[in-house]
Design a binder for this molecule. Structure first.
Ligand code: ZN
Length: 507
């Protein structure tokens, strides 16, 4: 963990010198453990990436019934294009408020009902209609659903043929402040290469809630009332009688990144697989903060990468190989939108319908040993029960994640496998410290989110960290994987979840 998060690794940006060092390091470790290469005679799976650098050349202008508005790039809006073009723009594109921008058969919901979006730009809310509600059967109440995640809104806007999409940012509904939108979406963006996006929205992005409020007011509407309407079944899109224009210049290039993969062939059922994952990448170098420009990503995710390596070593050191095969996959470009895991899920090296489960680690608890195991996405599958049984052996109780509105289930690589129907486990020690209790952990995590998350200060910090929690979670992940690897159990999705085997997405 210290090596991966050192300055030498330059923040582990895909396609950089940091990638070279990281990939070499992982391959060397896997070889030394005697893991079998996961891709023929290679430990690497090439992931072709398209990098698009967008320059916002001027203000976004909006014409409303009550006059013009001018939005500054970065402070008021952030947009980009996913098309490999030199220039992208919206030219007096009609603005339509499309609720939460969700189409969900399961929830009997269509925010684009009865409107032709061609040439128009959708303005949508972040999260989903259940947000902040008491009724856990309406969508999932306060727990963010698949449709509530921004990436799903992007997909829906593409699907209905909209020209543009603007998501209204609001901190509590998004789960992160505006600066995360800025740092995530300004500057070069990577995406999977080789995908035709000619029919996707030409412009996608975000506007601040302040500017959205002004837009609605000038259009004779009230945002609070609109949010209420958007949460009412039968909501219909509202044409705002306003248009938006914005343009940007883009340059694009392609590069090759790598997923790193090795495995231990099963002794009895070699054609059935337990899949461990952790993303090796982080966000590289960037704007200096207190003179530091290397975004080391120690917790995110040198911690998960090194823990999964340690787990693979535990499996490799056992005298007898597990009955099923155990695969260790270190994916690239998670920070760019779960790209490495998406690529693997589209081009699996081991069949997904023979993949028993995915156990993903992203950010392993540095606060110390815990009384709890907090499961992100609890309620989705039988993996809950398998993990709970193992947690119990460690004298830990199991609880659901404590901030379900933030949509963490959709924010790391397990989501790429859930979409394909592979049951997943994503959990960590949680929120109840063995000696110091809940308040201590709350403060510890809030401090990390405020000062270190996606900042240069996410350094390896042996002085202030307590590694007991990582050991505890590493052991738990090993135990859960080992249990499945030495059984004939096939965990299933629970009824009512958005996912199911073998493949599918009900909406
Ligand atoms: Zn991460």
């Amino acid at each position: 963990m210290a090596a991966l998060a050192s300055d030498e690794f330059q923040g582990r940006m895909p396609c950089s010198i940091g990638e070279e060092k990281t990939v070499d390091y992982l391959v060397k470790e896997m070889k030394a453990m005697g893991l079998t290469p996961g891709n023929g005679d290679s430990y690497l799976q090439t992931v072709p990436l398209l990098e698009i650098d967008t320059k916002l050349t001027n203000d976004m202008s909006i014409s409303t019934k009550a006059g013009k508005m001018s939005l500054n790039p970065g402070t008021d809006y952030v947009v980009h294009t996913e098309r490999a073009v030199d220039k992208a723009e919206l030219l007096e594109s009609e603005l339509v408020f499309c609720g939460f921008g969700i189409i969900s058969e399961q929830d009997n919901w269509n925010d684009y009902a009865g409107i032709d979006m061609k040439g128009k730009t959708a303005v949508v809310l972040v999260n989903d209609p259940g947000f902040g509600g008491e009724d856990s059967t309406f969508f999932k109440g306060n727990t963010m659903t698949y449709g509530g995640r921004w990436s799903t809104k992007y997909d829906f806007a593409d699907k209905v043929g909209a020209d543009g999409l603007l998501i209204i940012h609001q901190t509590s509904m998004a789960g992160y402040p505006w600066f995360v939108v800025q740092s995530s979406w300004m500057g070069p963006q990577q995406n999977l290469a080789g995908i035709n996006r000619d029919n996707d929205c030409s412009v996608k992005g975000w506007i601040t809630i302040d500017k959205a409020q002004e837009l609605f007011k000038k259009s004779g509407e009230d945002l609070t009332e609109m949010i209420k309407a958007a949460r009412t079944p039968g909501f219909k899109p509202v044409e705002l009688g306003a248009t938006v224009s914005v343009e940007m210049e883009t340059t694009n290039s392609t590069c090759e990144s790598s997923n790193v993969i090795g495995y231990l062939p099963g002794s009895k059922y070699p054609d059935e697989y337990i899949l461990y994952t952790a993303h090796w990448d982080h966000i590289g170098t960037g704007d200096p903060v207190n003179g530091d420009s290397i975004y080391n990503g120690a917790l995110d995710n040198a911690s998960g990468t090194s823990t999964v390596l340690a787990i693979s070593e535990m499996f490799a050191n056992k005298e007898k190989a597990p009955e099923r095969s155990v695969v260790f996959l270190f994916v690239t470009a998670e920070e760019q939108g779960l790209l490495g895991s998406e690529y693997y899920a589209e081009n699996p090296l081991f069949p997904l319908d023979k993949t028993v489960a995915n156990l993903n680690m992203d950010g392993v608890n540095p606060a110390g040993a815990m009384k709890d195991l907090s499961i992100t996405g609890m309620g989705y599958s039988d993996m809950d029960d398998i993990a709970a049984a193992e947690a119990k052996k460690q004298d830990r109780y199991t609880i659901a994640e404590q901030e379900p509105e933030k949509g963490y289930f959709f924010r790391s690589d397990q989501f790429s496998f859930a979409k394909k129907g592979v049951p997943v486990f994503y959990g960590s020690g949680g929120f109840d410290h063995k000696e110091k209790g809940k308040e201590y952990v709350k403060e510890f995590s809030e401090n990390y989110i405020a000062k270190r998350y996606h900042a240069p200060a996410d350094n390896y910090d042996a002085d202030s960290w307590n590694f007991e929690g990582m050991l505890q979670d590493g052991q738990l992940y090993y135990n859960v994987g080992s249990k499945l690897a030495n059984s004939q159990q096939w965990p299933e999705w629970k009824s009512g979840s958005e996912f199911s085997r073998p493949k599918m997405m009900k909406n």
